[in-house]
Structures are given as C-alpha cells and as structure tokens.
Design a protein around this ligand. Structure first.
Ligand code: FAD
Length: 317
C-alpha cells in the first residue's frame, strides 16, 4: 500500500519508524529485533535509510596515506524487500542522489519495482565529509527535485534512454524531506520553502520533516507551507534524545535548536540513562501534542534502538 493512501484512509494519526541498514559485516538480526519489539503498536510503514560511499584515508606501512572508498551500510534494497516480505508492512527505502548516477538510480528503482516496493523517499543526500558542499555525480542529480522528476517520468514509462519504447511504467508514491528549522545550506527560510514547493510541484506526494524538539517550529512550518500553496501531508519526524552529548551533537549535525527548557533538564542528568529517560519523556509530550493537533503520522527516528520508541508508542498510540 502507498503511504499517501494509508494516511488518507486512516481517520487518525498513524505510527511509523525509520531504521538504518546494518553495518557492513553485521547481520540483520538486531534490525529484526527492533521491528519485533515495535510491531504490536501497528506501525503502518517502515523507512530504511540509504548511505552513500564515503572516502576514508588509511595509513599504509611506511606512513603513506591511501584513499579508500567504502560503503559502510550497503543493502537498503535487499533489506527493504526482506522486511516488507517478512512483516507484510510497506517499507519505504530512501533513494539518494549523492554517489549515484541517474542510470544507477533507474536500475535501483527497477529492482524495487520487481520486489513489490511501491514507496520511496527521494533525497539529495549530503556531500562527502571531504567536500565543503554537495557535489553531484557527473551523470547524477544535483537536487532532490530532479530525482522526483526522474521517478515521475518512470511512472509515465519514460526511461532515461530515449530509444526505449513501450516501457512499463513504474508505480511509486514519493515522499520528500522538509526542514521546519531550514536546511543548513539555504540562505533563508523563504528560498528553502520555494525549493520544497518545487519538489512537491514536480510530483512529491508528501513531506517528512527533519527532527525538531519544539512543536511550534513544526506548526509554523506547516502554516508557511500552506500559505504558499503546498497542500500535501506534512509528516513530523520525532527523535527521542538518548545521550547527554546529543544536546550539542544534534544541533551541529542537523542544524536544529534544542529548546532551553529541555537542554536544562538534560544538563541536570548525571548519566546517559537519565538523559534517555528525560529525552523519552520529552518525545512523549511532543507526540501527545502532535496527535492532539491531528498530524497524519508520527514518524520516529529510531536509529535502531527500540526501547525508547516502544515507550513512546506505548504512551501515545
Ligand atoms: P534538496 O531538496 O535537494 O535540498 C538541498 C538544499 O538545496 C536545500 O538547501 C535547498 O533549499 C537547496 N535547493 C533545492 N533545490 C535547489 C535549486 N533548484 N537551486 C538551488 N538550491 C536548491 N540522507 C542520506 O544520505 N540518507 C538518508 O537515508 C536520509 N534520510 C533522510 C530522511 C529525512 C526525513 C530527512 C529530513 C533527511 C534525510 N537525509 C538522508 C538527509 C538529507 O539527504 C540531507 O538533509 C540533504 O542535505 C538534503 O536533502 P534534500 O533531499 O532535502 O535536498
């Protein structure tokens, strides 16, 4: 089933969560344990992230450095299909522009179609750590909007090779990312919202937000989107804070604010266990308030940890 249909057919806020594929060299059992622990809360779909190649410097004997390209978390397509098959829940693999040519993306989308996957989250991805800005592949997309356009073309049977005729259309529901506190590269919120609208106008069916810890930022974001004519559902992304140092790490990584009242409570904590309890309670309060505001879905960023997501689901679902 498509996310847009799930949201439109459900009369109430649904629950979904996001997982990372296992690190290369590890099995998927931890991932399945996480799902097993959350399944009783009737998640309506599960997202699986995608991770591009990274370049690492490795020291050779003699002290020389060698550049090595590694993909630390391969396997999104296979894991997505395996989970969808095992749990009969729609799985939403993330498709990123960074590190992939348009042709590789087309082939990935074909694989997803063969595997019965009908949903994707279309993203640009971040630049390599060694690059100051995002650099697209020579034959790749520079912005998520272009990826959305490619997927919409495939929905109409338009493949990259103009010589190909009578092609089967690929049917996908498309989600895109939105940033209540602005994407870190955008010079201001107005321009970021214009780019978000371009993604929706290109054919995105819904938006999922970056994490936020102050619901008012999400409500203001939704109001601004509506005011400029973005009418698709906007799904809030919730991250239960789990470690003391995340009050400084998360703002740096995701360009978001931690409200002072929350940061103050975390600073009082003497251990990560205490911080985790405070972070979970904050996420529960956020979720209750979002549900009271009739959001279409609560999307929880689990990062593979189920206990706090379980507590949130138990409290509010
Ligand atoms: P875009 O929509 O392309 O926007 C990126 C920047 O470019 C913005 O500042 C925007 O304003 C600007 N822009 C857009 N169009 C134009 C234009 N035409 N001209 C000039 N500027 C433009 N990353 C991963 O690598 N893997 C994942 O699985 C993943 N999952 C995510 C899930 C969610 C819900 C979210 C919110 C983010 C996720 N990310 C993931 C991170 C995401 O890839 C980064 O935030 C990335 O930097 C931007 O992606 P985007 O799709 O929003 O890009």
């Amino acid at each position: 089933m498509k996310v847009i249909d799930i949201i439109q057919q459900s009369g109430k806020t649904v629950f979904s969560f996001e997982l990372l594929p296992p690190l290369k060299g590890q099995m998927a059992d931890k991932l399945y344990r996480t799902i097993d622990e959350l399944i009783e809360f009737n998640p309506q779909y599960i997202n699986i992230t995608t991770h591009r190649d990274e370049v690492e410097l490795r020291e050779l004997p003699g002290g020389l450095l060698e550049k090595k390209t590694v993909r630390k978390r391969p396997g999104t397509v296979a894991i997505a299909a395996a989970i969808q098959h095992a749990y009969k829940i729609p799985v939403i693999p993330h498709v990123v522009c960074g590190g992939f040519t348009c042709e590789e993306t087309e082939n990935m989308l074909l694989d997803l179609n063969f595997l019965g996957i009908k949903n994707v989250l279309a993203l640009r991805g971040d630049g390599l750590k060694s690059q100051s800005t995002f650099v697209p592949e020579a034959e790749g997309h520079a912005h998520a909007k272009d990826l959305v356009t490619q997927i919409v073309n495939l929905k109409q049977g338009k493949y990259l090779d103009p010589e190909m005729k009578n092609n089967a259309p690929l049917d996908f529901c498309i989600g895109v990312a939105g940033y209540p506190e602005k994407h870190f590269e955008a010079s201001n919120m107005d321009i970021d919202l214009l780019h978000l609208k371009e993604k929706v106008d290109a054919g995105a069916d819904y938006i999922v937000t970056q994490m936020f810890f102050d619901n008012q930022k999400y409500y203001d974001f939704v109001d601004r989107c509506r005011a400029m004519g973005i009418t698709v559902p906007i799904i809030p992304g919730i991250k239960p804070l789990a470690l003391m140092n995340q009050i400084t790490v998360l703002p740096k990584l995701f360009s978001i604010d931690i409200p002072e009242a929350f940061a103050r409570e975390i600073r009082k904590c003497k251990s990560n266990d205490q911080a985790r309890a405070v972070g979970t309670e904050w996420a529960i309060e956020q979720s209750r308030d979002l549900i009271a505001h009739k959001v279409p879905c609560l999307h929880i960023y689990t990062y593979g940890i189920s206990d706090n997501t379980r507590q949130i689901a138990k409290a509010v679902i």
